[in-house]
Design a protein. Sequence first.
Length: 102
Amino acid sequence: MSDKEKDLRSAAERSIRETRKDFDKRIDEIMAELQHGGPGAVEKVGKSLNDLKEDLQSSIHDKFEDELETGRREVREHPLLAVGIAVMAGVIVGMLLGKSKD
């Protein structure tokens, strides 16, 4: 694995750890609201959970878009390698699907 790939993997893992840490913190806050809540606790928790869901969807979408752009950039920088990988994947899938049962 090249240094660039290791750096990308490390950055992705760091991002996942940070997202998980943020998620855990928000869950703790929601639990605290439930423990200290009064009559409006259910409504407050519902709003908190909805906000958390929206934040996570946005975060995942942003990370996906970043990774997709990284992939596109790699293909632009190494088009022959990308074509070669696609051809090999096609050959392998073709071999697997084309096997006859004897």
